[in-house]
Design a protein around this ligand. Structure first.
Ligand code: ADP
Ligand code: MG
Length: 561
């Protein structure tokens, strides 16, 4: 096939593939994308709701922890008057029972009078006798009766905070003070379950860490300026930041302890959205697999499609060639018919003249001519040859007659004899013997003689082709069942295997080389016989030969239907 044509099929194929792929990929991507975003939004909501409930819950538990301690200390101050509680053993007892109750949350416990003097102390530091009158927490508790401080260093120079309750009024007032180690409190605060990356910490309103955050900073260090908005608000707020490693972090914050402490809970976005990412990856994988599948299917179907088109085009070309060929044949036929017609008259005249000359030779006055016998022989030969020529022109005329479908009564034996007349000479050259086995008289059938001639010519030509090394072609006619006649054309040629046998009636199926076969012969036969209400079947054996059997209904039967 010329390069240009191959290229155009390749172009067509690429075009179809691209169109199909684009048509398939767009909806796939749109659906996949929208499902993913939809899902992502729903998971984001779930994650924030979860984080919010954790923050709220955590805030409540820290606050209630502090409140309970305060309440317990308040109870202790109610139960014990100052002179009692200032005794070391009594204070010791109170300290122990508080420790028991609150899982050793306290560092120490002290009693301080209204002037700030440390009257009694249980704890690890040497703080007895210190004066707190200048301490911020002292002033606060004297004023408010109950005070929980922020974390500070104090005399001990260790981060801690103070829970203090005041009892009594005026000069008789005194304070019970417990301290909580910031680090230990931190473990309470941090006790939040948020996967591997989640954490919780507290910042006071000036922006100092009250507990130690896991990632950066330490207790009493100031947060990075601008990293956190410290304006008070109600409820829970969320925001997203990038940490030092470029990791996205989802944070939730809420104010507690009368807007003094800001509880912050954070979680890596990656972890919070692990499920989403899993879904996204799955969606991408599905998309890729889907796209691949579509691509493969498209690729193969297009290949099949374009091949079919290519084949159809090829057949069309062959048909065009065939048309040109038959047009050529038709014009040759017309030409020869014309010539035959023109020659007919002179031939008739030659025959008449020869006859007249023969009559003349019979006259008495011509009897003495010496070469009389030679004259007679020549005239006989002229008459005979003219007769033969007439017969040939006759056959030519009847065969090349324009083939409008003319349905009439046909004597099949005679018709077959006509066709044999055409192929006989070539058959003899190829060492092929034609055997006739006619059933006489055969009922007439109803059909188009030109078309029927074509059928038998095709069968005889095929048989001749099959008999490369000579052999026998046998033609049998006879009456069949159901008011029909049957014609068998058998040869002793090469035969056909099954896989060829099933295709021989297909148009353009041929096993012959390009110039020789068009693959149209048998399909034309099939068409003509079907048209006449008959059928054509074949039986063949490789190496032994082939038999085509045609059944044609009789005139009467056809007339009825
Ligand atoms: P063509 O003769 O142009 O090939 P046909 O339609 O007449 O096309 O025949 C189709 C094919 O059937 C042939 O190419 C040949 O292979 C096979 N065939 C037809 N008749 C015979 C036969 N008598 N013996 C063996 N093969 C035959
Ligand atoms: Mg043929």
């Amino acid at each position: 096939m010329p390069k240009q044509i191959t290229d155009s099929y390749r172009g067509l194929r690429q075009y179809i593939i691209i169109i199909l792929l684009v048509a398939a990929a767009i909806p796939l991507a749109v659906i996949g994308g929208s499902i993913y975003y939809e899902y992502r939004a729903s998971v984001r909501e779930k994650v924030t709701t979860q984080l919010k409930s954790i923050v709220t819950h955590h805030k409540e538990s820290i606050e209630s922890f502090l409140q309970e301690i305060t309440a317990a200390m308040r109870v202790a101050t109610h139960l014990k008057p100052l002179d009692k509680i200032a005794q070391t053993e009594v204070l010791q007892n109170v300290f122990h029972s508080l420790q028991r109750e609150y899982k050793h949350a306290f560092e120490d416990l002290g009693v301080i009078d209204s002037k700030g003097a440390h009257l009694a102390y249980i704890g690890a530091y040497d703080l007895l006798g210190k004066n707190y009158s200048d301490a911020a927490w002292f002033k606060e508790v004297m004023d408010k009766r109950v005070f929980i401080s922020d974390v500070f260093l104090g005399y001990r120079q260790v981060p801690h905070f103070v829970i203090a309750v005041k009892e009594g009024e005026g000069k008789g007032a005194w304070i019970l003070r417990a301290t909580v180690d910031a680090a230990r409190f931190g473990t309470v605060v941090e006790n939040v379950r948020l996967g591997h990356t989640g954490e919780a910490f507290i910042v006071n309103k000036e922006g100092y860490y009250e507990t130690r955050p896991r990632m950066a900073g330490d207790i009493l260090e100031k947060i990075e300026p601008g990293s956190l908005d410290l304006a008070p608000f109600d409820g829970v707020k969320f925001w997203e930041v990038k940490d030092k490693n470029g990791q996205k972090v989802l944070r939730a914050k809420t104010w507690m302890k009368d807007n003094n402490w800001l509880l912050i809970v954070k979680q890596d976005v990656d972890e919070a959205f692990a499920e989403v990412y899993k879904t996204r990856n799955m969606a991408i994988a599905l998309f890729v697999i889907g796209a691949l599948l579509v691509a493969v299917v498209t690729f193969f179907t297009t290949r099949v499609l374009v091949r079919k088109i290519e084949k159809a085009d090829e057949q069309k070309r062959a048909l065009d060639e065939q048309l040109i060929e038959s047009a050529k044949l038709a014009s040759i036929g017309e030409l020869s018919a014309g010539i035959a017609h023109e020659i007919n008259n002179p031939l008739a005249i030659i025959g008449q003249e020869a006859g007249w000359m023969q009559d003349l030779l019979k006259r008495d006055d011509l009897k003495g001519i010496k070469e009389m016998d030679d004259f007679k022989d020549s005239l006989r030969e002229i008459a005979r040859q003219a007769g033969q020529c007439k017969e040939i022109t006759h056959k030519l005329l009847s065969f090349a007659r324009k083939t409008e479908s003319v349905i009439k009564n046909v004597n099949i034996n005679e018709l077959i004899e006509d066709v044999i007349g055409i192929v006989e000479r070539e058959a003899a050259v190829n060492n092929i013997e034609i055997v006739r086995q006619y059933d006489e008289p055969l009922p007439l059938i109803y059909g188009d003689p030109a078309q029927l001639r074509q059928v038998f010519l095709n069968l005889l030509n095929n048989a001749t082709d099959a008999l490369k090394r000579g052999g026998e072609i046998k033609i049998e006619t006879g009456t069949g069942e159901d008011d029909s006649i049957s014609i068998k054309v058998s040869d002793t040629g090469v035969g056909m295997p099954k896989e060829i046998l099933t295709k021989i009636f297909d148009p353009f199926f041929t096993t012959k080389p390009q110039r020789k076969g068009t693959g149209l012969g048998l399909s034309i036969c099939h068409g003509i016989i079907e048209e006449l209400g008959g059928d054509i079947t074949v039986a063949s054996q490789v190496g032994k030969g082939t038999t085509f059997t045609i059944n044609l209904p009789l005139e009467q039967k056809r007339g009825e239907t």
